[in-house]
Design a protein around this ligand. Sequence first.
Ligand SMILES: [Zn+2]
Length: 449
Amino acid sequence: MLLAARYVLPIAAPHIVDGAIRVHGDRIMEIGEFETLKAAYPDEEVRDFGLAVLMPGFVDMHTHLEFSAMRGLVDDLPFSQWKLQLLEKQERLAQADWEDSARIGAAEALQSGITTIADISDSGASARAAAGAGLRAIVYREVATMDHRKVPDVLAQASEDIAEWRELGDPSRLSVGIAPHAVYSCHPELYRKVAEKAIAEDLPVSTHLASSKDEYDFTKYGSSRLAVDYRNAFSGADVAWLPTGVSPVRYLEQWGIYDVPQLVAVHCTQVDDEDIEILAGNDVAVAFCPRCNAKLGMGVAPLAKFLDRGVRVGIGTDSPASNNTLDMFDEMRIGLLIQRSVTGYLPHFIARQFVKMATLDAARALGVDDQVGSLEPGKQADIIAVDISHSHQIPTLYPYSTLVHTANQENVVFTMVAGQVLYDSGRWSLLDIDRIQARAEEMRVKLRG
Ligand SMILES: [Zn+2]
């Protein structure tokens, strides 16, 4: 099959005007000018998207699909209060609700051109939804306890779930990791044991780190809203916590977690130069979630410093409960504009860099760039088409700028994973969208009531 469009963005190579991609089975075979490929393969079926961009699917470095039903439920509150309210409301959801909540997210991801997700899940619903929708996914089993006596049980349950979740999908699309939730909800012994387990079993790890000022103050000074409200309500008031005197990034350095080969630190807004050295020195990848960070008042990640120090950075949406959409165009645009507002014009802050951070750089950060993230012969055919023919987008002089500054998730018309068309012009091939919408309404009533 030949996919053709005005612009083809391989990402790892300059873009092609009037280009095409030849796909066979689950692989990309060739990329080039449409006329050349058409002449070489006159019998291939052609799908021409016209004034559109063909590009690799987005790699969302951080989300929680199972929280999709909580979209807009708790808005306009800072991080700690948002987290507390969410924890209270989520008690109302049954397992069947979590499953369908994750399906809402899976449908949105495909409609938004996201083909790979890195998802932290507590219930496993994200893994089931991703597998059912055809998404490529790394799903990390979340673990948390502040009570060191509970660490063995927490890990044993996680091991069981990891084994079970692995069976949910084709291993070429679904892999499973482990995610210690955050410094304020995990005893250091849990970080130490997770590190040992991840190294022994070659598990990828993701953890929220240096996300908010409350987390920073809690770790360093032993007090913040997280110390009082969150821990009293959810971690057990009997568990002592003393100020550590160091930043969250330095605190975790003692517990072996940075020895994990595939570690993603999520948010990292509260970091200084010494923290960045630690992350860079240990080759820790960073999930940059600009819109969530801004909306919850968590801070601004020092992106240019990360990039200057060679930290692997990709863009993540975080969950619809915080953000409120899985729209990578918004992430690129708002991320770029915030960075430029705060830091001024730096060479990193250009549209092409942000498109790369939403695709190839995120794949590198997750260690899956041998398979996805760019359009290259031999890689998986994870391809999207973005229609850029609307009145607010023409004329299209430079496709990266068009994508970052004029496009949004509604412009994605076609999403393919491993050569399989999963979303095409309002239709999902593996999801029952009418049922998902009906269930969303039911959960709305449940959560609001
Ligand atoms: Zn998160």
